[in-house]
Write a protein that binds this ligand. Structure first.
Ligand code: NDP
Length: 450
């Protein structure tokens, strides 16, 4: 699809030429640039000062070799990445992903999205992202530790509490953050808040584990309340994934009165019409890193179906995709719409394809885009940085209240921007514009040579 605005078309063409063979990154850039058409009508100086030409090019992109020794004594080699995308409003901030699908395109798409998401939180954080094609699945604790130590042995020279503060993402939880932090401390002889998602005994924040899933539900609750005068109470919910985001989305949605009937992993999904028993899921996933199909051994009334895609055929009022990018396409959107879905909010990053988003919007389904809806994780990471700087810890209730207020604020920022720029209720556009304007103004004030 061509852009109406020739300047934006030119920016996109340059990005496409420079980043050939990187479909995820181009998909993310296209979606954001499409939102800028009405902005440029009101703020032409953003084109004249080259803000948009600059914002699509990472400030720094680092790749490195990560070699480590497996349990059989064999040397293994992976590739490590860190993109430092934009530091206009604060130190680079964004997670590390360990998954075999990680490549330059995935890291750049995630880093680009992170710039706008972090801005939306209202906290002073720039955008970054990193990771490796290392697959933690099936690896021993010792192998994961040796990988993390090798990864940090290169990464440490590029990061710091006032420079770049990584966190977790797919495949990076408390165990990996611990190994990474330990190695950073050994190498630098400094105990600082250089990573977030740390354990509670060494500088972590309460609520960080729950934050993305809880935040997703706070955002969705506000979206339902303002745009449909409704709530989670009494609703049937389907959640894809069964990792960190999915588990805590399930917990909060249930606390808010909904019934979650299905969850998945990359092999398949479980359907439990009585409502998912989260203790069972947590024992499988957090306890022994097992597969979701084991759920039916503990809950015989539930059913397991091979293939994760089928989950979108289950009838529900609210769908929360919380697994990975492009996991919900146009055909899945058709099924959800035919089954009467009223709201979709993204826990994962870019889980819906552009075609799926268009279908939801045309059908009048409330749609909460990832940048806004899943910003609770990085927002609470920002609160962890704040507590580390103060050398102090807030209580669970204090952090949870701040998270709640931030998510409600993000919804209203995105909603107001959608109204101000002529697309009322289009939160994709609203989130992109609201996130962008703050970064754009900071870039303008800081001049060109950086
Ligand atoms: P986890 O590693 O804890 O869980 C990921 C879940 O998604 C697992 O159930 C995994 O199943 C499933 N999954 C992974 N790849 C695929 C695939 N190709 N198809 C289907 N399912 C898949 O990660 P998180 O919960 O932390 O992250 C999930 C999403 O949320 C990601 O998009 C991430 O970027 C995003 N996110 C996470 C934040 C956080 O704070 N953790 C913050 C903001 C966004 P399996 O075990 O089979 O691989």
């Amino acid at each position: 699809m061509e852009f109406k605005n020739s300047y934006l078309q030119g920016v996109y063409d340059t990005v496409a030429r420079r980043n050939q063979g990187e479909p995820e990154f181009l998909q993310a850039v296209r979606e954001v640039l499409e939102s800028f058409e009405p902005v440029l009508e009101k703020r032409p100086e953003l084109a004249e000062t080259g803000i948009i030409d600059r914002i699509v090019e990472p400030e720094r992109f680092i790749t490195f070799r990560v070699s480590w020794v497996d349990d059989s004594g064999k040397v293994q080699v992976n590739r490590g990445y860190r993109v430092q995308f934009n530091s206009a409003i604060g130190p680079y901030k964004g997670g590390l992903r360990l998954h075999p699908s990680v490549n330059a395109s995935v890291i750049k798409f995630l880093g680009f999205e992170q710039v706008f998401k972090n801005s939306l939180t209202g906290l002073p954080m720039g955008g970054g992202k990193g990771g490796s094609d290392f697959d933690p699945k099936g690896k021993s604790d010792g192998e994961v530790m040796r990988f993390c130590q090798s990864f940090m042995t290169e990464l440490y020279r590029h990061i710091g509490p006032d420079t770049d503060v990584p966190a977790g993402d797919i495949g990076v939880g408390a165990r990996e953050i611990g190994y990474l932090f330990g190695q950073y401390k050994r190498l630098t002889n400094q105990f600082t808040g250089v990573l977030t998602g740390k354990g509670l005994t060494y500088g972590g924040s309460l609520v960080r584990t729950e934050a993305t899933g809880f935040g997703l539900c706070y955002f969705t609750q506000e979206m339902l309340s303002v745009m449909k005068k409704d709530s989670f109470a009494g609703k049937t919910v389907v959640i894809s994934g069964s990792g960190n985001v999915a588990i805590y989305a399930c917990k909060k949605a249930t606390e808010l009165g909904a019934k979650v009937v299905a969850m998945s992993d990359s092999n398949g999904y479980v359907y439990d019409p009585a409502g998912i028993n989260l203790d069972v899921v947590r024992q499988i996933k957090e306890g022994r890193r097992g597969r979701i199909k084991e759920y039916v051994e503990a809950v015989p009334a539930a059913t397991y179906t091979e293939g994760c895609r089928g989950i979108w055929g289950i009838k529900c009022d609210i769908a929360l995709p919380c697994a990975t990018q492009n996991e919900l396409d146009g055909a899945d959107a058709d099924k959800l719409i035919a089954n009467g879905v009223m709201a979709v909010a993204e826990g994962a990053n870019m889980p819906s394809t552009p075609e799926a988003i268009e279908k939801f919007q045309k059908a009048g389904v409330l749609f909460g885009p990832a940048k806004a809806a899943n910003a609770g994780g990085v927002a609470t990471s920002g609160l962890e940085m704040c507590q580390n700087s103060m050398r102090y810890s807030w209580t669970f209730e204090e952090v949870d209240q701040k998270l709640h207020d931030i998510m409600v604020g993000i919804f209203h920022n995105a909603y107001s921007a959608s109204q101000e720029f002529g697309a009322p209720g289009n939160l994709v556009m609203g989130a992109n514009i609201a996130g962008f304007l703050k970064v754009a103004d900071a870039m303008k004030w800081q001049g060109v040579a950086y």
